[in-house]
Design a binder for this molecule. Structure first.
Ligand SMILES: [Cu+2]
Length: 186
């Protein structure tokens, strides 16, 4: 099943419960391809949720840029558990390094890993709270069903302090997040 949507082509369904202006402001702030108000069967918790087929869109983000799997020089396994923790919860990366982040869901419920700046993740988490069925799929995130694993291949070409988190409502608030330090190239 394909889950890639672009904001330009996605119909935003009227939602009387949420002020439209605020929602649109959040969408604009995030710049995320988002589909709202889709049927629950295709919602965020869908176990068949997979990466969309086709070429990955490589867009420079403050926290890096998508890369091809063959470019990954190092694989870091990150375990996700139902106590709402990532293990490890901190990554050290060198500027320019391409990592394969292999998220392994050891729990019994859906988890996800999304990397970004703290601000971006907090804004995104707020949007997820307002729209629990929101779908999203970007090269810097992986949605992982129980017992499954998902990869993010990412080049950390900007130094700085970043984070990763599970943005499923309730998980983020319970502290399902971690930190990434990208040290500048000497
Ligand atoms: Cu989670």
């Amino acid at each position: 099943m394909k889950h890639r949507h672009s904001i330009a082509t996605t119909a935003v369904h009227p939602d009387p419960a949420a002020p439209t202006a605020r929602r649109l402001a959040l969408l604009a702030l995030l710049g995320l391809p988002i589909a709202l108000a889709l049927p629950r069967a295709r919602a965020h918790g869908d176990q068949h949720h997979g990466k969309a087929a086709g070429p990955v869109i490589k867009e420079q983000k403050p926290w890096g840029i998508a890369a091809e799997p063959r470019e990954a020089k190092r694989t870091v396994e990150i375990r996700m558990t139902d106590d709402m923790r990532f293990n490890p919860s901190h990554l050290e990366v060198r500027e320019g390094e391409t990592l394969r982040l292999r998220a392994v869901n050891r729990g019994k419920v859906m988890h996800e890993i999304v990397i970004g700046t703290r601000e971006e993740l907090e804004t995104h988490a707020e949007l997820m709270r307002q729209h629990p069925n929101m779908e999203h799929d970007e090269p810097y995130m992986a949605h992982v069903a129980p017992g499954q694993r998902g990869d993010i291949v990412w080049t950390f070409n900007r130094p700085g302090e970043f984070e990763f988190a599970c943005l499923i409502p309730g998980h983020f608030e319970a502290g399902m997040r971690g930190t990434i330090r990208v040290t500048a190239r000497k």
